[in-house]
Design a protein around this ligand. Structure first.
Ligand SMILES: *Cc1c(COP(=O)(O)O)cnc(C)c1O
Length: 369
C-alpha cells in the first residue's frame, strides 16, 4: 500500500523544487574569503525559501561563524538543526520570550529602551544594540542612543546583560558610494557606547550588496542573506543560484490560428500551434504579474507562457515542436542551459529576486541536494 501510494505520488503531475546546497556552500565560502571580518549567515524566511536548517548547517560548515534570524522561533529552529555558532535574533517584539533565548543561548538585538527594560528582567542575556543608521525602519533612532547606552551600561553592571555588539543597516547599499553616511552613523554610535563604558566586540552594518561592493563597510561582521542563495542585488558579482523549479507537461493540444488561451484571452495564437499545459501557477509562487512576459524552458529552448498565469497552471506555446505529456519544463534554474533564472522572473514581474525565492508555495515538493 505504501509503495503504491508512493508510486502514484511520483507519477502524479506536480512541480518540484530542488535546492542545491553545494551552491549555498560555494557562495558562503566566497563571502568568507572576501569579508574583512566574519560572516553571519542570515537564514530568516526559511533560509530565503531554501530551508532554514539546511542553509544554516551548510553555511556554518562552509565558514560562517554567526547565524542571523528575525524571530526567536527561527533562532530555536537553528539551534535544533544542530548549529552551535552564535545566533542573533532581531525584530523581536517587546514580549519576546527572553527565557527561551537564554535557554538556547541566543543573542537578542536591543532596538529601544522599552526592549531593554523587558530583556534585563529575564537576563542575563547577550545583546546587540541595534541602531537606526538611516532607514527610519528598525533600530533605535539617534536621539535615543545616549539614553539607551547608559541604560545598557547600568544593566550590564548589574549583570543582567552583556553588550557584545552594535549593529546598523544600510538603506541604499545598491547605490555606489551611498554607504558613507550609514557607516559614519554606526561608528558614532560605537563611540558613544564606548564612552558609556560598554565594550562591544562586534560592529556590524553590511549586508550582501555592501559586502560585495564596499569593503570599508565590512567592520567586524557582514550579515549575508541573499548572497548565500545566489542573489546579488548590486549586480556586480556572479554567484551560484541554488533553486531549480520544474514541472511536467500534463497535457498537449494542437490549436488553430486565432485561438484565445486562458482567462480573458489575453493571448491569441497567431498561427496553428501546439500548447503544453504545466501544473504550476501563482499558488506555487509564479508571480501573476509576470503574465505576458514570462517564459519556461521546454523541449530544448525557451517558450512563451501563453495567456495569464493561473492559480495552478500555465500554458507554454511550443510552436510546431514535438512535446509530450511527461516532458519536464524548467520554470527557473541556474541559467546554464538557457533556462530562465529567478532574476528573469523577478524582472518579468517588476520585483526583486528575493520576493520570488521567498514566495514558493507550500505545496511544492522539495528535494535537497
Ligand atoms: C535581511 C537582513 C540582512 C540580509 O540582507 P541581504 O541583503 O539579504 O544579505 C542583513 N541585515 C538585516 C538587518 C536584515 O534584516
Amino acid at each position: 500500500m505504501g509503495a503504491l501510494v508512493t508510486s502514484l505520488r511520483q507519477a502524479a503531475a506536480e512541480p518540484s523544487l530542488s535546492v542545491d546546497l553545494g551552491a549555498v556552500a560555494a557562495n558562503t565560502r566566497r563571502f568568507v574569503s572576501l569579508a574583512r571580518g566574519e560572516v553571519m549567515a542570515v537564514v530568516k524566511a526559511d533560509g530565503f525559501g531554501h530551508g532554514l536548517g539546511d542553509v544554516a548547517r551548510t553555511a556554518a560548515a562552509a565558514g560562517a561563524t554567526w547565524i542571523g534570524v528575525t524571530s526567536l522561533a527561527e533562532a530555536v529552529a537553528v539551534r535544533e538543526s544542530g548549529v552551535d555558532v552564535p545566533v542573533l535574533s532581531w525584530l523581536n517584539p517587546v514580549d519576546a520570550d527572553v527565557r527561551t533565548a537564554v535557554r538556547y543561548g541566543i543573542d537578542l538585538s536591543v532596538p529601544s529602551l522599552h526592549h531593554l527594560a523587558v530583556i534585563e528582567q529575564a537576563g542575563p542575556v547577550r545583546v546587540h544594540l541595534q541602531l537606526d543608521t538611516g532607514m527610519a525602519r528598525d533600530g533605535a533612532s539617534p536621539d535615543s542612543w545616549l539614553a539607551l547606552m547608559s541604560a545598557a551600561r547600568r544593566a550590564e553592571l548589574a549583570g543582567k546583560i552583556s553588550v557584545v555588539g552594535v549593529m546598523g543597516h544600510l538603506p541604499c547599499a545598491d547605490t555606489p558610494g551611498a554607504n558613507a553616511t550609514g557607516r559614519r552613523a554606526l561608528l558614532r554610535g560605537v563611540e558613544m557606547a564606548r564612552q558609556a563604558g560598554l565594550r562591544p566586540a562586534v560592529r556590524h552594518l553590511a549586508a550582501t550588496s555592501a559586502a560585495l561592493t564596499d569593503p570599508s563597510s565590512h567592520l567586524d561582521v557582514v550579515r549575508i542573506g541573499a548572497g548565500l542563495v545566489g542573489i546579488d542585488p548590486s549586480g556586480t558579482t556572479r554567484l551560484r543560484s541554488a533553486l531549480r523549479l520544474t514541472a511536467p507537461v500534463v497535457q498537449v493540444r494542437r490549436v488553430e490560428a486565432g485561438s484565445g488561451v486562458g482567462y480573458g484571452h489575453s493571448y491569441v495564437t497567431e498561427r496553428a500551434t501546439t500548447l503544453a499545459l504545466l501544473p504550476v501557477g501563482y499558488a506555487d509562487g509564479l508571480p501573476r504579474a509576470a503574465s505576458g512576459r514570462a517564459e519556461v524552458f521546454l523541449g530544448g529552448r525557451r517558450r512563451p507562457v501563453a495567456g495569464v498565469i493561473s492559480m495552478d497552471q500555465v500554458v507554454a506555446d511550443v510552436g510546431d515542436d514535438a512535446v509530450a505529456p511527461g516532458d519536464e519544463a524548467v520554470v527557473f534554474g541556474a541559467g546554464d542551459d538557457g533556462e530562465p533564472t529567478v532574476e528573469d522572473w523577478a524582472r518579468w514581474a517588476g520585483t526583486i529576486p528575493h520576493e520570488i525565492v521567498t514566495g514558493i508555495g507550500a505545496r511544492v515538493r522539495r528535494n535537497v541536494r
